[in-house]
Write a protein that binds this ligand. Sequence first.
Ligand code: ADP
Ligand code: SF4
Length: 676
Amino acid sequence: MFNPRYARLFETVKIGPKTAPNRFYQTPHASGMGWRAPKASAALRGIKAEGGWGVVATEYCSIHPSSDDFPFGYLSLWDEDDVRALSHTADAIHRHGSLAAIELWHGGYHANNRLTREPLLSPSGQRAKFIQPMSARAMDKSDIAEFRRWQSKAAVRAKQAGFDIVYVYAGHDYLPLQFLSRRTNRRSDEYGGSVENRTRLVREMIEDTHEAVKGECAVALRLAVDELHGPRGITHDGDASDIVACLAELPDLWDVNVAGALGNDSKSARFSDEGFQEDYVSFVKKLTTKPVVGVGRFTSPDMMMSQLRRGILDFVGAARPSIADPFLPQKIREGREDEIRECIGCNICRAANNEAVPIRCTQNPTMGEEWRRQWHPEKIAPKRSDKSVLVVGGGPAGLECALALGRRGHKVSLAEAECELGGRLLAEARLPGLSSWIRVRDYRQHMIGKLSNIDVYPESRMTADDIVGFGADHVILATGGSWRRDGIGGFGEEPVELPASDMVFTPGDIDHLPRAAKSVILYDDDHYAVGSALTEMLRLRGHDVTYVTPMPVVSSWTQMTDEQGFIQSRLMALDVRLLLSHRLTGYEGKAPQFTCVYSSRMQSVAGDALVLVTGKVPNDALYHELVGRLPANSVSRIGDCLAPSHIADAVFSGHRFAREFGEPPSAIIRRERPEP
Ligand code: ADP
Ligand code: SF4
């Protein structure tokens, strides 16, 4: 039953000439799809609207070819074809009564222009933001005049495509922010110098956009109110207050956040709590009567209410919580808060964008698959047969598979060896900063508890005989994977000879590492979260830790999750000794030996214990025992038992199996092709 305590979340709010049906606002977020996947993008945004988000925004949308982010998934409004393509997204959002917003974008020297090969632009002349050896020229007055025309033309096209809210985007280090910030604006004309001068372009853009849409669309200003660069840049209690005061009533809506390098805005849970932006954005509402939206990985309705009640925000903004659960608003409206699939703050969704591939999510395996696989986050086809299933293993893959098969109506039994469900999550969520990862287990365990056709058997380690004797029509092995002890990892392709020592550990047996082992060497050839989080844990327990990796930085893959800089800073702050660009090549007496990947010089590192965080092998012994003992095609593997990977892949694997169980095989996913 709907809890009237949350009524305020469902009030309508005026945004200029438009009215939002409620206070849930899906702020712009990357989908990794962009202009190359208009149907998939439209389906994704349509699902958000169906799930109850009153405003649904697109990702960044280039206003001109001089701002191109290829191969990353950005949209464009350069011509009439773009208008046609984007109208599908606006239509998909309108179909469910929500407002459609579009984030018009120009990257300035933060663009790539690899596709268009246009010269880069910037306020004062700047080296390109990314690694490419190119520089942006300083815009002269005619460039500025042209730039304003591009924004106006794109705004007209946005209106034609059917959007209700058109953005002026002065966030995330992009061109308008480059004009606002004294770090990057060193101009001496009327567009540089004082705050008023630096704000001039953004003011003109807002006025131009209002004029272009002729009062028929709302105009939003997205502003980074703190670049987290200290007084060198925009700070919430410095320049940002003056900027907001100066533009206060000009936009119809303020969309405010923090920006700057290292993924400050979408900080992972390892480095931020729910509502972490409040201290930065709370001043904005004091300076304007226009509605304000902000973000902070909000998943708790009470936290959302608190933001509204205390006058911090008018709209509850969300990117990641809307990815993890597109139906979050509807669940609150129907009194089903307990069914919210809470974002765990792992930033796998960010990784997809940084890898230039369609979005994926740890908690929501259907994210990005709305059009491609026709998956809906809340609906699943009923079973095609009366087959009973036994799922062995209650980690992320087994839990998701059991739940999805249960939703399809199958009789499901889930056997787990341990007394607690969760599999690898039990260990990983104990690591510093990763406690929210247990939500992957909690959500599924809770939902499984609601289904009478799923029986859960904890403390039930199944042997092949047990499984055969159980008599299920189909057996699904979700028995996970084990960390390797032979040195084979991302860099080390061959086994390394290690002495038979009781002082070599993996994350799987780390609890046996004695406290007396004063100095510990952790070798990370996995490059994701566990190596560095384990290092942190060992350091916090008082061990002297040397972190060694073949890569030139700590946890190199976390560059994809926007965490790498934070992680390396943390290890350095904890006085962890770093030995980078070195791979494990053997042992010299009792000391592991590492070889520089560039110079081939070797060095021994003395330590009391070695922890290997390298590759994983599937725990598939049961599978091989069962094949031949069970009828053909009645035993399957999912998750790490099939191919060890990160948690998102395990959940996806379990979900996919359940969706495809008993269905006609379809190996090919839909792809968008150029029109003939
Ligand atoms: P995944 O990420 O693929 O879900 P996990 O390693 O997280 O894999 O989970 C595997 C789970 O399977 C663990 O909870 C483990 O205790 C359980 N398990 C492994 N072997 C058996 C078995 N023979 N019987 C029951 N449970 C098992
Ligand atoms: Fe949240 Fe992780 Fe899903 Fe992103 S991938 S929405 S951070 S659970």
